[in-house]
Design a protein around this ligand. Sequence first.
Ligand SMILES: [Mg+2]
Ligand SMILES: [Zn+2]
Length: 195
Amino acid sequence: MALLILDRDGVINLDSDNYIRTPEEWIPIPGSLKAIADLTRAGFRVAIATNQSGLSRHFFTLDTLEKIHGKLCQMVEEEGGTVAGIFYCPHLPEEGCHCRKPATGLLEAIEAELGESAIGAYFVGDSLKDLQAAQSHGCIPILVKTGKGRNTLAALATDRLSDKPQLARLDGTAVYESLIEASRAILKARRIPPE
Ligand SMILES: [Mg+2]
Ligand SMILES: [Zn+2]
């Protein structure tokens, strides 16, 4: 079984600049639940790695976050999929923790908990932090245009034209409209041709 890692906000559910604070505000992006179900059926173990600084900002409690994740998992299961685990960073950016993406602590936690290496695993995200964490850890970054994705794409393009590009290494990142499109491409790439 191969690990596959997803960011949460802007990839699986609609993002909000105001944070997702309640289960009611957690609304899946069309096709994202089916994508997780299709990937599960194809043998992927789908884990989620998400920055949730809203916890430290007291925008929601741990209890509420667990309820939000309960809703997520239930809706995925209703589509026939499974979430192998949801791993979150509760810290503020200025705390300098090792788990907030673009750091790679969440990926290490996934490996420890699920007993499998994430090196070479697909990591689908909508923000630069996702792509950077993926690349630092040796995952294959995939950008989706949902959530912050279009802005991220523009940032990558602008950086490429600058005098001292920081993000040149992300030049080859695959880009898809949304998670369902990304999942179709992943499943197609993985299909073993008939003999
Ligand atoms: Mg995101
Ligand atoms: Zn953290």
